[in-house]
Unconditional design. Structure first.
Length: 133
């Protein structure tokens, strides 16, 4: 399974265009895609990454941070302000820092798998395809 992820992870970390491999996926902002690749002209606006990466990262990072916070509480019993001082910035940095990679990975996977919006078939077409099978 790791072999299938490696070809996606490296270009995602580096912000590479899925078509030409140039480091043009992100524009001026840290987590916003550029409108298009400056090397090959691929329109990044055609891909719908949405909020999926953010939601998954919040859940995953939240679970990890909660486990770490509970471990620290059980082991050392620090004051509440110390928990806030440690975990709030760490959570923010972890989510925002990994959001760029997660968004890039999803865009690369959409490009490689040619993912597009689903289309409903009319009921007659569904019946014909069932009869042929």
């Amino acid at each position: 399974m790791a072999e299938g992820l490696l070809p996606v992870a490296r270009p995602a970390f580096e912000g590479r265009c899925p078509q030409c491999g140039g480091q043009t996926l992100f524009g001026e902002h840290m987590i916003h895609f550029a409108p298009r690749c400056t090397a090959c002209g691929l329109d990044f606006g055609q891909f719908n990454v949405g909020d999926g990466p953010a939601a998954f990262l919040i859940l995953i990072v939240g679970a990890v941070i909660t486990g770490l916070a509970l471990t620290l509480e059980i082991a050392l019993h620090p004051p509440f302000w110390l928990h806030m001082l440690i975990w709030i910035p760490l959570t923010t940095v972890a989510v925002v820092g990994s959001l760029r990679v997660a968004k890039a990975a999803l865009l690369i996977l959409e490009y490689r798998n040619q993912a597009r919006e689903g289309r409903l078939q009319p009921p007659q077409a569904v019946q014909r395809s069932d009869a042929q099978a």
